[in-house]
Each structure stands twice: as C-alpha cells, then as structure tokens.
Design a protein around this ligand. Sequence first.
Ligand code: AMP
Length: 609
Amino acid sequence: MSTFKEMGLKSEILSAITDLGYESPTPIQKLALPKVLESKQDLIAFAQTGTGKTAAFSLPILNQIDSSAEGIKCIVLSPTRELGLQIAEDIKSYSKNIPGFKVVAVYGGADINQQMRKLERGCDVVVGTPGRTLDLIKRNRLNLEGVQYLVLDEADEMLSMGFAEDLDAILANTPKEKQTLLFSATMPPDMVKLSKKYMTDPAEISAGSKQQANTNVTHQYYKINSRDRYPSLKRAVDIAPDIYGIIFCRTRAETKEVAERLAEDGYNTDALHGDLSQAQRDYVMNRFRNRQLQLLVATDVAARGLDVNELSHVINFKLPDEDAVYVHRSGRTGRAANVGISLSLLTAKEENRLRYLEKKIGRKFEKVLIPNGQEICEKQLFSLIDNIKETEIANSHIDGFLPQIFEMFKDMTKEEVLKKIVSTEFNRFLEYYRDAPDLNKTSDRRERERNKEKNNGRDQDDRGERRNRREKREHKTAANMTRYFINQGKKDGFSPKLLMGMINSHMDGLSPEIGQIEIMKMFSFFEMESGHTSDLQRAAKQMEFNGREVAIEESSPRPEGGVDRKEKRSSRRERSGDHRGSSDNRGNSGRSRRRPSGGSHGAKRRRRY
Ligand code: AMP
C-alpha cells in the first residue's frame, strides 16, 4: 500500500490532501495510517516535527469520525499554543470537504470565554494545550466523555514542560474505551511510565530510531575558548551571509543578552524567551517566519511550535543538558528535503560531552575551524557581488537619473567605480576583521586580547556592565508590585526619569508607587504597585515617545536566583500562552541599519515625548 487511496482514505479527504500537494505518504504516515485505520490498538509513534506526523494521526482519525453524531470524538493535546494552532489548521484543511466537520483549538493566553462559546456550538475534534484543556474541564465546559481518540502530540515535550499532572487529570476525564496515540521524538523514562499507565498493549512504530537525528543535518562544532563564545558566534554568522537560523541559548537571561549584543552589532535579530507576552511572542515569530528577521535567539521552550522549514542553521550557543533537546534543536534544520547545519560552540570541557551525545544519536560531529577574518571577508565580498549581480534594475525609475549619474562618475574609471560601490557596503567587515585574532588558538591569549582591543572593544566581555545587568535582573518583584514590559529602551533614549514623568502626567491624579526599573537596549521593565494595570494601559494609549506609540503589558515577575520546580512548572504551563517582552526593530544584518521609527496613526491624540 503505497498511496493514500490504497490505504482506504475516503474521497473527501483524498481531494483535500491532493489540494495540499501531498502525492504520497511520508514514512511515518505509511506506518501509522494502516495501524489506526485497521485496528483499535494503542500506538506509540516516534517522529519529529517535519516528518508529516500531524497527518499521520489526523488522516486516519478523520476518516473514521462520524461528524453527524453529537459530541467531541477526538482530543489532541499539544505542548504549546503555536503547535496546537498549527495542528488545528492542518486538521481544518484535511477535513474541508467533510460536511459539518468542526475543529476547535483551546490554549492559554487567549480569551477563555470565546473558546467556551466555540465549544458550546459543538465540534468533532478539540486541539488543546494541557493547562487550558484542564481549566475548561474543571469549569464543565469541555466534556471528553465521548472521545474515541486521544492523541498526545510531542508527549516528551509535554512531560519535560511539567505537564505530567495535568495530563493525569485530563486523561482521568476520558473514557476507558478509546484509542490512544502517542507521538514523540524521544522516549524519556517519564514517558515509559506514562505509556504504561494509560496505554494498553501499544504497538510501536518509528520513522527512524528513537533518538535518530535528521539525516539532512550536518552536525558541526567549533572548539572555542569560553571567553570567545560570543565572537565565535559572530564568525559563524558572518561566514554565512545568507544564514536564516535560530541561535539556542539555555536561559532567558542569556537569550536576551546574546540578542542584545547581536542587535548592537548590527545584526537583524530578535529574542524569543519567557519574559515576552503572547502578543510579543507572536510578533517576533511572525517576523522571523516572514524573514524580516534573519536570526532568532531563543530558549528551547519558547521556540517550541515555531514551524519553519527552511532554516539553514541551528546554532547551539551552549549545548542543552538533555540529549533529546539537542535532537529537537537540530531537527529544526534540514527539513523538507533541505539540508542544514547544526553548529555547536564547545569548550574543551563541553567537547567531552559531545562524544557521549554522538553515541546517543548515532551521528558524528564534524570539528570545523573557526573562520578567520580573511575567510569571512572573502565570503562576504563575493556574496555582496552576487547580490549586486542578481539585483533587478528598476529601469524606468533609474533611466531618468542616468545622465546625472554618468556626469558624477565621469572622472572615474569603471574599476574605481566598482571598488567604491563594493567598499560602501564592505568596509565595515574589512575594518572589523583587519587584525582579527585566530580564535582557534587558545594559547596566545595576550595577543588575542590586544587584537580584541583594536577591534573597537566589540568582543570584550564588558563583565562589569553585564554583572550589573544580571544583578538587576535577578532582583525579585516585590509582593505588592506588578512587573510591566514597555516597548521603549535605551536605543529610544528612554530613561527612568522619562518613565516616571510619563506615568505621573498620565495617571489622572493617581500616584502609584513605582519599584525597580530596568532599562534594556530595546525595551524596558518596571514595577508598579499592583492594581493599576488598566489605568496604566489607558494612560499608555495617550503616550507617544520619539514618534512611536507606547505599549505597556504585564510581564511575569522576576524570579530570584533560580526557579524552584513548582515555579518552573507553573511558568512553563503559563507558557502555552504567556507573557514575554520583546525588542523592536533592529539593524539590518551586518549593515547596522536601524529602521526609522514609524509614525503612528494615533499620533495626534498621543502626547509626544
Ligand atoms: P508535520 O511533521 O506534521 O509538522 O509536517 C511537516 C510538513 O510536511 C507540513 O508542512 C505538512 O503539510 C507537510 N506534509 C505532511 N505530509 C505530507 C505528504 N504526504 N506529502 C507532502 N507534504 C506533507
């Protein structure tokens, strides 16, 4: 059985997937479809995002659901809002020709009343994040008593995000008689427990081995000195002028810091991490999806559900603790028949870890030398020339200026003109890398330090400043205070004084206490006596700073030092629709160009600063 038709899918579904351009089933679909179509046996499927796993579980379920019957027939649980929405969208397109078929997505960070209304109207399939699903069950707004199919998608992720208890509670509300399908990239010990508890004699299928890394991915690493981690990252990016990738960091603080440094250095980047609100997170993800951003700096959890197929690179600024997370990270590149590079920056100590990881995933890592200045300049130069050659000429617009342009260049040879044009774009790289040290040499530190100083101090660690920032960040939000995000930062000329002034003059005679203020590069956080969110947001609507509208949103409180397990779980749960802060427009890749701050429609009504 090598075609969807031969597998027995009904014509409504066949026509829908033909419209989507699916010609033949992917390996995981070839294995999963017959299992679900022909038996009621539970199923554990090992498959990563990008393998066609959504269709692997959706198509056979849709094929069997009777949409004329009342009640929810299938519940799909997914770790994040983004993945949930993606699954619901896919199901919608697969079922578009089935009369009366309905799917509803439920997830945190969005209006629960609206979701309740949709559920009330009735549907066949619900796709939900565990936290919101449980919330709706507790409110008696989601009845799973009639479900025939339960799908746990990215089950390993749900467990690693601390959803085990929620899953227990949700599953307790489903009938005993049902088919449970568990999709996962890996099989951590918790999942073995989960499958034993909730599945009956499950069949196992796999589109590869359980921790098999994607074969289209080349796994590379730079051996670095730990103090050269950031400059090595820059070289990795600079040697790949057309890079479109994600840089993974281990913590929110590290993510923000790397993104800020890259933005300061003129790269087209933004950060995705746990301090952003859902709206800010969507904004960053959309810009990355639309390629308005070339680089995304992200934590693992924040990047879940970001489904982008054409990533050229995944860069592990630091390796994750768990091997499975490395598999997830690297599996984000090399998708859909593309090839990709997963590059890790490793110190000698971290290199030991790599050998173990290699054994686990059954793939070899290739040690690559950190490129030197000359190699980077060469690469950038030829990429620039390629770009110039490929640029389309806007004939009708340019022609009118040509006589004047020829006149301006009349004293120069063709060679001189070319040199000048190339230099306007290229000088920055030449300048930066003129005396760049060989980062592969770890012994000659003194010389490297001297060279770093010559390089304008860009690669220096700024330890004092960073320590200060870190200390500020680790300050916990006082109990009676709420922490807010505001879309104005140092780059906008924003300061604590301006913030206080703006608040005082717009709060209609209220004088709430203001706590800690953290002015970051592109945005800021501040604390204010709790209970004033709506006054504050009303006030923000009347404000304008440097021609930009002011946006203020509640942010999560700053954890003190680390995060305890409970906090971690709840903040992760929150993350299936939670609060983060985002930086705004950044420079253009390697070209230090900031977009002019846009004028606002509401500018006249807003007070300008
Ligand atoms: P998934 O692993 O479910 O995230 O799917 C990855 C991508 O593959 C999605 O864009 C799907 O639309 C696409 N896809 C799934 N199955 C097929 C198929 N049989 N043929 C072509 N594309 C597919």
